[in-house]
Design a protein around this ligand. Structure first.
Ligand SMILES: Cc1cc2nc3c(=O)[nH]c(=O)nc-3n(C[C@H](O)[C@H](O)[C@H](O)COP(=O)(O)OP(=O)(O)OC[C@H]3O[C@@H](n4cnc5c(N)ncnc54)[C@H](O)[C@@H]3O)c2cc1C
Length: 353
């Protein structure tokens, strides 16, 4: 059996940022997962990121992977430079980062994690077994797709996470459900590809400039104070969620969606070839089936997720959780890539002490 001090499960912005800080400290670790899977395979190719340049970078102690540096080296056309990053450019940036990083990412999935005395036993999809002293779960959004019960029975429901399936639709009658940015982007791409598109959203959409466009000092303050978040009064937490985590569409969509029929009552689902459920994500431990049932049952819970302490550790010693699933503990920045700028330096110090 392969035995290591630290196993990072997930190679998205959170896993990679942590790996960069661990590398800088010279501490051995292994990182597994599909590199930047969400960004390479589950975002619409013809969209822009909601976060701007400075809040979309893979963290590094010396900021070695800044988008500015990438642009200076690889973007020849000065006109292309803007604060807003397109998914197309972001994918090129990711390829550059993945070429530059000095460690290997093992492109496998964790199938079952069990506790084995003082350490953990991780079984991968290849059957390989790794023993790790400390394990960090950074598996992001993929396991937590939310599809409301009323759509589960409909024919051909596609969650907006499956962007490639949506991009492949041609000449279909499609109902898009939701009032967020993914719904707006799904409607736009479906229209462009000659589908008939209707829209179902019980609530009036809110067109709002991105929360990440708040004055930088406010945003930086929120990120820096992530550790205090858990101590805030409930009312303040709710207010922060309403600013940073509300379901909104960017204002440019107001014009783009004008000619789409919006239903506020559920239409007849049978009359559609496909229902696109742009209904977001729901974080619950039970979705993390790669943690053994015994391990899941042993964890202390809060808000349907394992309770984590100020160092991201669960009640099971040496098992850590980071990323969007920790939003309820460390606040709205965890929902975005920028939260990794708080997590990576702090957790790498804990893991290497
Ligand atoms: C459509 C969409 C658009 C978004 N746009 C923005 C934006 O513009 N700006 C922003 O800041 N945030 C955005 N977000 C939020 C986004 O979730 C986070 O910013 C960020 O990607 C989360 O990083 P992560 O590393 O936690 O997880 P992810 O990026 O989701 O990566 C998860 C990693 O875990 C791996 N993995 C999953 N299961 C396993 C397993 N069993 N074993 C091993 N590895 C596993 C995956 O292969 C992947 O490497 C967006 C989210 C979505 C869904």
């Amino acid at each position: 059996m392969n035995s290591i001090p630290v196993l990072i499960v997930g190679a998205g912005p959170y896993g990679l940022s942590l790996a960069n800080f661990m590398t800088a400290k010279g501490h051995p670790f292994k990182i597994i997962g599909k590199p930047m899977e969400l960004w390479k395979e589950h975002t619409f190719s013809d969209a822009d990121l909601r976060s701007d340049m400075a809040t979309s970078e893979i963290s590094h102690p010396e900021n070695a992977y800044s988008i500015q540096k990438f642009r200076a080296l690889h973007v020849k056309d000065g006109n292309a430079i803007s604060e807003r990053v397109s998914v197309h450019e972001y994918r090129q940036y990711i390829e550059w980062v993945l070429q530059e990083i000095p460690y290997d990412i093992q492109e496998n999935y964790l199938m079952e994690l069990t506790r084995n005395g003082e350490s953990f036993r991780a079984e991968l999809d290849t059957g390989e077994v790794i023993e790790a002293k400390q394990v960090v779960i950074a598996t992001g959004v993929a396991h937590h797709l939310k599809i409301p019960d009323e759509f589960r029975e409909a024919r051909h429901v596609i969650h907006s996470y499956f962007t490639q399936e949506i991009e492949a639709l041609r000449g279909k009658k499609v109902l898009v459900v939701g009032a967020g940015q993914s719904a707006a982007e799904a409607m736009e791409i479906c229209q462009q590809n000659d589908n008939h598109v209707d829209w179902y959203s019980r609530k009036e959409p809110r067109f709002y400039s991105e929360p990440l466009d708040l004055p930088k000092w406010i945003f930086n303050l929120v990120v820096k104070s992530a550790g205090f978040f858990r101590r805030l009064p409930h009312g303040v937490i709710q207010k922060m969620f309403s600013i940073f985590s509300a379901t909104t569409m960017t204002p440019d969509n107001e014009l783009k969606l004008q000619n789409i029929t919006r239903f506020s009552e559920m239409p007849d689902l049978d009359s559609y070839d496909h229902v696109i459920s742009a209904t977001g994500y729901e974080y619950t431990l039970n979705h993390m089936s790669f943690l053994s049932e015994e391990l899941r049952n042993s964890l202390e819970m809060r808000f349907a997720m394992p309770r984590i302490d100020k160092n991201f550790m669960s009640s099971s010693r040496d098992l850590y959780f980071i990323g969007p699933a920790t939003e309820m503990f460390f606040g709205p920045p965890m929902k975005f890539m920028i939260g990794s700028q708080y997590v990576a330096p702090k957790l790498s110090s804990i893991l290497t002490r």
